[in-house]
Design a protein around this ligand. Sequence first.
Ligand SMILES: Cc1cc2nc3c(=O)[nH]c(=O)nc-3n(C[C@H](O)[C@H](O)[C@H](O)COP(=O)(O)O)c2cc1C
Length: 188
Amino acid sequence: MNSIDLLKQRRSHPSRQLIDPGPDAAQLRELVETSLRVPDHGKLTPFRIIGVDRQTGRVLGERLATITATHSPNADAATLDKDRSRFDRAPICLIVVARLIDGHKIPAQEQLLSAGCVAYNLLLGAQMLGFGAQWITGWPAYDRDAAALLGLADDEHAIAFIHLGTPAGEVPERPRPTFDSTYREWQP
Ligand SMILES: Cc1cc2nc3c(=O)[nH]c(=O)nc-3n(C[C@H](O)[C@H](O)[C@H](O)COP(=O)(O)O)c2cc1C
């Protein structure tokens, strides 16, 4: 399949329908290395990636549930269970971390976009390697206690949890934006 055909078929696979096997060590290295080839104004490398496999994902989930229980002592069992299973749904989760330098001559928005490109490359690369993947966020992406749990510095943000594995089956396509619905020529 050539690259444009692959882009035409790009899609996510629901993270809870991603099963073993995940990428082996060589595939993971190749996926991560190719995903780092992003546009980067100022060559700041405003990103890094943290890998969480199913086993460590369970530990992470348990600690997230503890944060929820601390913030919301009345949280019900379903909420806590959801937190417990946030990082063990697929064989591996790749957390894309953006490091944003405020006040730099390269605007923080541009740094964030570079990190976003890494996340998108991971999705595309996963599909090219024959895997499925989904970009998830949720409260742990926006909570500083969760950030501390992940070992993030004050200027770092978890912008994408890329769940990755073998698709368990086909999932229905969704309606897509089209050329006609999104493209206009600029009129002076
Ligand atoms: C920044 C960002 C955050 C997202 N967070 C979630 C999320 O937390 N939960 C979810 O179900 N989908 C989330 N999505 C959407 C999925 O990644 C995916 O785009 C969606 O399932 C549609 O599939 P598609 O990529 O084939 O269009 C997010 C997408 C982006 C770009």
